[in-house]
Design a binder for this molecule. Structure first.
Ligand code: ZN
Length: 198
């Protein structure tokens, strides 16, 4: 344990994903030794990103404007909608250059243990997007783990009766993992080889 504000810094850093107590300490001491101007720049960008970056009102991707650049891009195919858990997945899929449609970011996955059901996700905002018949295919690109599967199964049951083509990514993604960790080639292949959901 360190004194006062140094320990506060270690505690705050330790709450970040993937940062254990050892790393938190290492980062804290790095910051203590860094030039004040460098630390100020980091602090400024943290405050700025929270102030400026919002979520797209249509798809819930991160965006600096009311609508994200993918929703605004008229060259994107409006007939295919890819449903993902997090905006990080949008980035991962965009990197594959395999997909030219639009997205819908759920904001997580169904996980009863964590008290997350469909109502805690952006499912109700998905429905109006499918109402006018423009979208003909929904690709369920949830993570290849328990929560992702539960979410995809739930959405399949919800969407199939609407007469939409509902597809899932092909197998080959590392099971139990996160979509964002799949390499571009694997993820690209999973996209190209997508199959109809049952
Ligand atoms: Zn958007």
């Amino acid at each position: 344990m360190y004194e006062g504000v140094v320990q506060d810094l270690i505690d705050e850093l330790g709450r970040l994903p993937g940062v254990g107590p050892k790393s938190a300490q290492r980062i804290a001491f790095h910051l203590l030794q860094a030039e004040p101007v460098d630390v100020r720049r980091l602090a400024d960008v943290l405050i700025e990103v929270k102030a400026r970056v919002k979520f797209c009102s249509v798809c819930f991707n991160v965006s600096e404007d009311e609508q994200c650049r993918i929703c605004r891009d008229e060259r994107r195919d409006p007939s295919v909608l890819c449903v993902v858990e997090e905006y990080k997945d949008v980035v991962a899929i965009e990197r594959t250059r395999e997909f030219r449609g639009r997205y819908h970011v759920l904001g997580g996955a169904i996980s009863p243990i964590d008290g997350i059901g469909p109502d805690q996700l952006h499912v109700k905002e998905l429905m109006p997007r499918l109402a006018d018949g423009t979208v003909t295919e929904v690709i369920l690109a949830t993570d290849p783990n328990l929560e992702g599967e539960a979410t995809a199964t739930y959405l399949t049951r919800l969407l199939l009766p609407m007469g939409l083509r509902v597809t899932r990514l092909a197998s080959g993604l590392p099971v139990g993992g996160d979509l964002e960790y799949a390499d571009e080639v694997t993820l690209g292949r999973a996209f190209a080889g997508r199959r109809s959901a049952q």
